[in-house]
Design a protein around this ligand. Sequence first.
Ligand SMILES: NC(=O)c1ccc[n+]([C@@H]2O[C@H](COP(=O)([O-])OP(=O)(O)OC[C@H]3O[C@@H](n4cnc5c(N)ncnc54)[C@H](OP(=O)(O)O)[C@@H]3O)[C@@H](O)[C@H]2O)c1
Length: 294
Amino acid sequence: MIIPTKKLSSDFELPVYGLGLWQMGGRWESDTSNDEREVAAIRAALDAGITHVDTAEGYGNGHAEQLLARAINGYDRAKLQIATKVAGHNQAYDGLMRALEGSLKRLQTDYIDLYMLHFYPPSGTDVNGTVRALDELVAQGAIKHIGVCNMSPNRFEDIQRRTKNKLVCNQVHYNVQYREAEKRGVLEHAQQNDVMLVAWRPVQKGNLPKSALVNELAAKYGKTPTQIAINWLVSQQNVVTISKTSSLEHLTENLGALDWRMEVRDIERIRTLFPDQKNVSDALPLDYETDVEV
Ligand SMILES: NC(=O)c1ccc[n+]([C@@H]2O[C@H](COP(=O)([O-])OP(=O)(O)OC[C@H]3O[C@@H](n4cnc5c(N)ncnc54)[C@H](OP(=O)(O)O)[C@@H]3O)[C@@H](O)[C@H]2O)c1
């Protein structure tokens, strides 16, 4: 299928749904035991129309990037948007330069479409050096676009002020249940500043609470509850999402969430009535402190 896209005024564009590779090739350590299955799963996603693939140097300690390189071998690189992230401990100037080299090598490519800071640089990092490295890599063509993950508006703006380039995205935990992005102004910040909010964990790892309202809407639209949850997410202005699946059945279900619309009234009912909503991420709560080094 052709996955619908969203575009910023800068023309930066992302499909509303991409594939995430967290837990393919291990967690923070490399695990090669499922390589054949994961490569096949990535290829199945590409064959189904996925073009945005999200990974990180930290995923499987680099192994997720290696799996992605294997999976895209033979596919048209120009049609893919490969997104990867530099870990916090590599965000000083020299470390970032080395990290990017490492990612390019593991991915067997000569450019990254979207390179993100996985977190705000750890305390003690020369943040101007971090940003200088990013800007130089953009100028060299090794990175097409830069973005960040897990940043409060304050921290996002701190990075944005230091770089010549537009930060195109903020990748944060956001789904029908986890609403930190809404409650703490992260979504509004993205919407008002022409930034893509890339929502991670859209199906809460398959553990979203059951909801009578969602079941009612699933029946109304002829969709599954998971499809309602994903559709709700990408119906928010400036929001696209990424989900990990190694299952063809789940992939097919998730893709069935994308090319139709819910009525605005139903979108708003879910916003207010979805059960057991959380105002803070259970995985990576954002840091709203103002202790940024300017
Ligand atoms: N920037 C960051 O700090 C950050 C943090 C977390 C995640 N991410 C990115 O976001 C991506 C998505 O987040 P996530 O992987 O944590 O969460 P997720 O996509 O919500 O959940 C993935 C899990 O849910 C299962 N799943 C997928 N579709 C399903 C469906 N239709 N029904 C039931 N279960 C389903 C998958 O299992 P199967 O494989 O069996 O389908 C997998 O175990 C990650 O892969 C990563 O690329 C970024």
